[in-house]
Ligand binder design. Structure first.
Ligand SMILES: O=P(O)(O)OC[C@H](O)CO
Length: 635
């Protein structure tokens, strides 16, 4: 069958899918059912909304009180530690007296997803105004849950961002139709993360609401980073949230076709059942810590800095509609300027080392300066990443990264010590976990009734490669054990300022997704972030990427020259022998930069894809390196 015949039914389906919007009467009917649902009364009638005091919120409010327009005072706390990142959220939610605004890209229904959602519902029931804005593609897949959320309290509002076909759920056919019919719209995701309490203090960074962002997944977890910022910066967060909340792409639940239908067909109120946690003891521990002033002081409060200039930046939903509008790409523009102005050092941590054209130009120019700033990059190895298609392209450009931009690249190992220690801390009381093999999850598949299989990782990038299925799981390894992947996105420039946020510094973040983050102009904070990133580049945590030493003198040089030519071809890059490879430090040596003359003495090459087992995934990665140049812009 020719492509034309395949395309026709899809286009017809798209027309059908777009055509069936809800009538006003259906929206009104669902609204009336929601309003009439029993059990929506507030549980607290006190002025303070029965809030639990939090020293974190108190510190932010004190900063606001101490601020003048000329001399703002803000609090900032680096939340590298996953347990502190969770407990800070719980403490703030419980302390809220007026409002809680939450923005996220992924909201799962595992323990973390249920815990945070349940805390927000309880806050709404106390009388706090709670607004949740989640990107539609990977959040709240369960219509029953959305039905319950729509009805649970008049103080809780939920909207989903950018549903392509006015539905909360995206079955595979809709996914394909979205790619084919309206790629620009479908491909723009709201990648912002924010939890803002009483417009005074907020948390932003890389973490979504899913176990693996908090070290609660037994077999695959992310090294991630958030920042908590309080004071006048809270106002900037509130303004950004309002822009998204009021945008036409943010759709209330009763205006989504599938949720609306569900509400109208399910007239008996579903209520709000207690969550079913797979590990209730771990949940109880986090909740107890959130109410323990000593724990909060020791793990969070003592690390809080009072600083002057802190800004929250976010791109706007108009980023894809009006790409030339400067304010629509606010965070992206700021980051580019931060790098362009660097004098002696840029330290970048990103899971995906693929650069936009603008970023490439900036790094090329920096490398030509005399003296040129050092550029230190912490990113994923193929063994660690769950986005292997992106890795295929990053691998393709290694020569350019090393020679034209002067990057010092460190790729995270899948069993990095730093990540394993973080996991142990977050799971102090747990039994030792599985071995990296797929494990059966509690619960059964609604469709087949068979036990659900869990697999490490799942690439969450909409686009030509889709979002489901085996293709998107990380590559099988030769080694066993719990796996870690880098998900933190941060940058430090010249030891003087730092950004922690959702921006991956890749073309998707530059051109499509909306991103958000905090820039802190303070050397103490910059040095904390720098130290945290550099720890992930240490030999026990990462392989170093450096030029491959030719083993056969003349043939090696010829191979390098062909490889160079091949990597510059616009479409295909077929030469299999690459310019650079991964290195492991030798025992007794201290870490060295790859341009150090003693580097080859102290490091041993360990192959291009250390620890990755020979598998279709490895072949796929090589194919993307060879033929994937054309899709770089959308990855
Ligand atoms: O892995 P994430 O959460 O940074 O998502 C990356 C993608 O660009 C989202 O579209």
């Amino acid at each position: 069958m020719s492509f034309r015949w395949l395309l026709l039914p899809v286009l017809l389906l798209v027309a059908l899918l777009q055509g069936c919007t809800l009538s006003r009467a259906q929206i009104r009917e669902a609204g009336a059912i929601v309003a009439a649902s029993p059990g929506r009364e507030d549980s607290c009638h006190q002025a303070d909304r029965c809030a639990t005091p939090s020293p974190l919120l108190d510190a932010a409010q004190q900063a606001i009180a101490d601020s003048t327009s000329e001399h703002p005072v803000n609090t900032v706390t680096l939340l590298d530690d996953s347990e502190a990142a969770l407990v800070a959220r719980l403490s703030l939610i419980r302390a809220a007296q007026h409002s809680i605004d939450v923005q996220t890209y992924i909201w799962d229904e595992d323990d973390i997803g249920q815990l945070v959602l349940n805390e927000l519902v309880q806050a709404a029931r106390r009388g706090v105004q709670v607004r949740i804005l989640a990107d539609q593609l990977f959040s709240f897949g369960d219509l029953g849950l959305l039905d319950r959320l729509a009805r649970v309290s008049p103080n809780l509002e939920v909207k989903l961002y950018n549903p392509t076909f006015h539905d909360a759920q995206t079955p595979p056919l809709q996914f394909a139709a979205g790619v084919l019919c309206c790629f620009m719209k479908f491909n723009q995701r709201m990648h912002n993360k924010l939890l803002l309490v009483d417009d005074a203090i907020g948390i932003t960074g890389g973490r979504n609401y899913q176990n693996r962002y908090f070290n609660w997944d037994p077999d695959f977890d992310y090294l991630d980073r958030d920042v908590m910022a309080g004071g006048p910066v809270g106002r900037e967060m509130a303004d950004s949230f309002a822009l998204f909340w009021n945008h036409r792409r943010s759709v209330p639940l009763i205006r989504l076709r599938d949720v609306n239908r569900r509400i109208r067909s399910d007239r008996a109120a579903p209520g709000w059942p207690a969550p079913h946690y797979t590990d209730p003891a771990r949940v109880a521990r986090a909740q107890a810590e959130a109410e323990d002033p000593d724990w909060l002081a020791a793990w969070i409060g003592d690390d809080t800095l009072r600083v002057s200039q802190v800004n929250y930046f976010s791109d706007l939903p108009a980023k894809t509609d009006e790409p030339t509008k400067r304010s629509a790409r606010e965070l992206t523009g700021r980051l580019m300027r931060m790098v362009a102005d660097a004098k002696h050092e840029v330290v970048v941590q990103t899971p995906y080392l693929v650069l936009s054209k603008r970023a490439q130009d900036i790094f090329k120019r920096l490398h030509r300066e005399n003296p040129s700033p050092s550029i230190i990059i912490s990113t994923n190895s193929l063994a660690a990443t769950d986005a292997f298609a992106v890795y295929g392209l990053s691998y393709k450009h290694r020569r350019r990264y090393l020679t034209e931009y002067g990057f010092q690249i460190h790729e995270l190992k899948p069993h990095a010590d730093s990540a394993a220690e973080a996991w142990e801390e977050a799971n102090e009381d747990q039994d030792d976990g599985p071995t990296g093999q797929p494990i059966a999850a509690p619960g059964k598949s609604a469709k087949s009734g068979k036990p659900r299989q869990r697999f490490p990782g799942n690439e969450r990038r909409p686009g030509v490669f889709g979002s489901h299925g085996r293709r998107n799981r990380p590559a099988p390894l030769r080694s066993n054990g719990r796996r870690y992947s880098l998900h933190a996105k941060s940058m430090v420039v010249d030891d003087s300022f730092a950004m922690v946020g959702s921006h991956n510094f890749d073309p998707r973040s530059d051109h499509y997704n909306t991103e958000a983050g905090v820039i802190v102009y303070d050397p103490r904070f910059a040095s904390e972030v720098r130290a945290s990133i550099l720890e992930d580049t240490l030999p026990q945590n990462a392989w170093t990427i450096a030029r491959r030493e030719p083993t056969i003198p003349v043939l090696g040089d010829i191979s390098q020259a062909i490889g160079n030519l091949s990597s510059r071809l616009p479409l295909f890059d077929l030469w299999p022998f690459r310019y650079a490879t991964s290195y492991e430090i030798k025992p007794g040596c201290a870490p060295l930069a790859p341009d150090n003359p003693k580097f080859q003495e102290c490091y041993t090459p360990v192959g291009d894809f250390p620890d990755v087992a020979i598998s279709p995934k490895l072949i796929y990665t090589r194919l993307i390196t060879a033929f994937g140049a054309g899709v770089k812009g959308i990855l």
